[in-house]
Design a protein around this ligand. Structure first.
Ligand code: NAD
Ligand code: ZN
Ligand code: ZN
Length: 346
């Protein structure tokens, strides 16, 4: 079968032929319907060899949906033909964090060599993939698979980031979304669906700001040195109770800190190498800075429930498997509007 692989440190992804996987005891074989393209793949593909914790080649794709094609010996809970979404941040299933469904924060995954599909284990950018355990599947129901696949990361990650700050997002509050790409344009919709906060979007391109307005941002402003002042003006000098930074680079974390209100949450989701110092006088009083990773199994169910309720609509560009390298190029160039999705059966 064809697969989109990262094969050599520093090289671009390639479409190659690989054997179809076989399903082992307790596992699930999925016929993949769709796989999302996430900016984090560039973070992995720009790591020097000594930082990579898994061997290459790697089949990419950590956002996946599909149909159950085969159940391994003893696998229960799903039937052949069920449409499912893959929960990506696989953990051990047994530690204290996994017991809470927070496999994204598994205490043993690293020691046991457990990696998410597409980020160490073979991912979703191939016609078939193996899911290690049925607990990593959530039923899709009648959701459209292509528009839903990004919710497994571009939905789950912002959902988790917003949910932890909900008590601060009272009516009259302000939430800023920096970077309105794959994650950011979903974050705006989650904020609108779950809070009464004023939502301000920041991006570097007018096209992305247009998408931000279209999906519900009250204000969309260019991301530059003047943005903190613009946010202060909109908020009567108060600043934003939540700043979500989906870029995480040096300039954006500085903007995020500069627009934070007293007791705000500054949540750095982007893997852009920036860091925001915390110390008396460097931020508004009692502002909290955090860098979360993905979300819990329960939260993926909640995100899909939001989609069932019609509260989030992902904007997607679709590509056949042979065009996947082009999708990565467009994402790298900042040209993708919403999320690029690969259709491995086409
Ligand atoms: P994306 O490329 O789709 O979106 C990034 C957006 O940021 C684009 O719209 C781009 O125009 C905008 N941007 C770039 N520079 C900017 C600046 N200086 N100011 C404002 N906007 C700017 O990427 P994505 O797939 O949505 O991922 C976003 C980030 O989140 C990436 O760094 C990715 O690695 C990271 N990520 C983190 C997690 C996590 O669990 N922490 C999960 C998924 C993705
Ligand atoms: Zn991702
Ligand atoms: Zn665990």
């Amino acid at each position: 079968m064809k697969a989109v692989q990262y094969r050599e440190v520093g090289a671009a992804p390639e479409v190659v032929g690989i054997p179809e996987p076989e399903v082992g005891p307790g596992e699930v074989l999925l016929k993949v319907t769709a796989a999302g393209v996430c900016h984090s793949d560039f973070a992995v593909m720009s790591m020097p060899a000594e930082q990579l914790r898994f061997p290459l080649p790697l089949t990419l794709g950590h956002e996946g949906v599909g149909v159950v094609a085969e159940l391994g010996a003893g696998t229960t809970g799903f039937e052949v033909g069920d449409a499912v979404a893959v929960y990506g941040p696989w953990g051990c299933g047994a530690c204290a964090k996994c017991a809470e469904g927070k496999e994204n924060y598994c205490l043993r995954a690293s020691r046991l060599g457990i990696f998410p599909p597409g980020l160490g284990a073979p991912g979703a950018m191939a016609p078939y993939m193996v899911v290690d355990d049925p607990r990593h599947l959530v039923p899709l129901g009648d959701l459209d698979p292509v528009r839903t696949v990004p919710l497994t990361d571009a939905g789950l990650t912002p959902y988790h980031a917003v949910k932890r700050s909900l008590p601060k997002l009272l009516p009259g509050s302000t939430a800023v979304v920096i970077g309105t790409g794959g994650l950011g344009h979903v974050a705006i919709q989650i904020l609108r669906a779950m809070t009464a906060a004023r939502v301000v979007a920041l991006d570097v391109s007018e096209e992305k700001l247009e998408l931000a307005r279209q999906v519900g941002a009250h204000h969309a402003v260019l991301s530059n040195d003047e943005a903190p002042e613009a946010v202060r003006r909109m908020t009567g000098g108060v600043g934003a109770e939540l700043v979500l930074d989906f870029v995480g680079a040096k300039p954006t974390v500085a903007l995020a800190g500069a627009m934070a209100a007293v007791e705000a949450d500054v949540t750095i989701v982007g893997i852009g190498g920036g860091a925001l110092p915390v110390g008396f006088g460097s931020l508004a009083y009692e502002a909290t800075v955090t860098a979360p990773y993905w979300g819990s199994r329960a939260e993926l169910g909640e995100v899909l429930a939001l989609a069932h309720a019609g509260a989030v609509e992902v904007h997607v560009e679709t590509y056949g498997i042979d065009e996947a390298p082009k999708a990565y190029e467009r994402l790298h160039a900042g040209k993708v509007k919403g999320r690029a999705v690969i259709l491995p059966q086409e």
